[in-house]
Design a protein around this ligand. Sequence first.
Ligand code: FES
Ligand SMILES: [Fe+2]
Length: 440
Amino acid sequence: MNQTITNFSKERYLSTDYAAREWDAMWTETWLFAGLASDVAKPGDYFLFNIGVESIIVTRTKTGDVAAFYNVCKHRGNRLVRPENHIGCAEKFRCPYHAWTYDLDGSLRTVPDRHRFSNGLPEDKLSLSPLSLEIWHGLIFISMSDAPVPFNEFMGPITDELAPYHLDKLTLVADQSCSHNCNWKAMLDNFAELYHVDFIHPLHKTFVDCPNAEVEFYDHGHTLVRVQGGTVNPRYPIPDEPTDMMKAQLSSLGVNPAEYDGRVLDVREAIQKQKRDLDGKHGYDYSGLSDAQLSDIWQYNLFPNIILAVTPEFTWIMRAMPHPTDPQKAYFEKFDLAMFADPDLMNESPSTADDAPVHFVAGGAKPTDYKRPERDYFDHDEIIAGNKTMTVTIDEDIHLLGEVQAGMRSKGFEQVWLSDDEMRVQHLHNHLDAMIERGV
Ligand code: FES
Ligand SMILES: [Fe+2]
């Protein structure tokens, strides 16, 4: 897929007019990641997906289906579920205002003083308004569009590429939401290029090779970058022995780094081989993954606002959310998901040569006292003050992004000027432009 550099103007990051067009032509027309299927595991489980001016209830009905409805009472428009109750389990949804109640499938169930509605209570008009919904590898997507692109077409080949990771078997281990003073696209742009990595992420050169990353472009605005892991950045001198990050990776797989006598540049292959040897022994199923997938980080940017970074044991879903009214603000959200070993298989598993138990990067078996982590809401100031972290790397990005937005406001800046290494940024904006042009 050929990309042409268009060096788009800064207005798209600043103007409320552009944000309004984005809402009408894109956010309300595309597919959006709403949350995790594991959060609606049993009938009555629900969560809210709040985006822009909308709030959407995703719930599992009594018949076991997962459904999505606008979170608005059909009587006089009150929100049914308040933001502080954004996740839970309900018998029914009861409006706090005049106590109309709705079944889990959205149908209007009870109305106080029903006989006082002389104009009737037609159920087809007064049941909650549903949205299109798809479950994809354990992730729930919704669309507000009346005629969304067919979901399979939207995801294209990415569906099959992700299948061997078994994302539906992952467990949520952290859930964070950080408010920030930049446009949501500035966040996406940041995660759509590795050009900045050498300059603001000093640790990366000790465990990944960003300069040689490979990029793919898909229809509908998605992109992929494949970054080799278990290696070092070859733009810097190759160290004499594996870096601390590489040693940690080796020992997490049961390889004693002190006994590793291969070349530093062969650690990646050693990781791949060790995972092949361990395949199936702890309940980890590596069988469908390529050698590269075993050792590397594959990061999909799913249009419009999702960064899905996958490895066999850990996946991070990051989401940039538009602010309801201010295009110069956004929320950055992160779901950390771990592939835990099967505890039964852990017990039977062989130990390493020095008889130490094998501990995987994912931390071994799921803790018996596991509880879904509560969503932690905070502001980017908390990260800058060092009170909160979203990983060292993301903290480094967050430190910078407010300054990008501030700079864009300047009279001394007119348009972004992209390099060939920022083509994934271009691809996102091209698809956004296409949707906005169609919607005009
Ligand atoms: S607005 Fe919900 S019952 Fe009146
Ligand atoms: Fe970064």
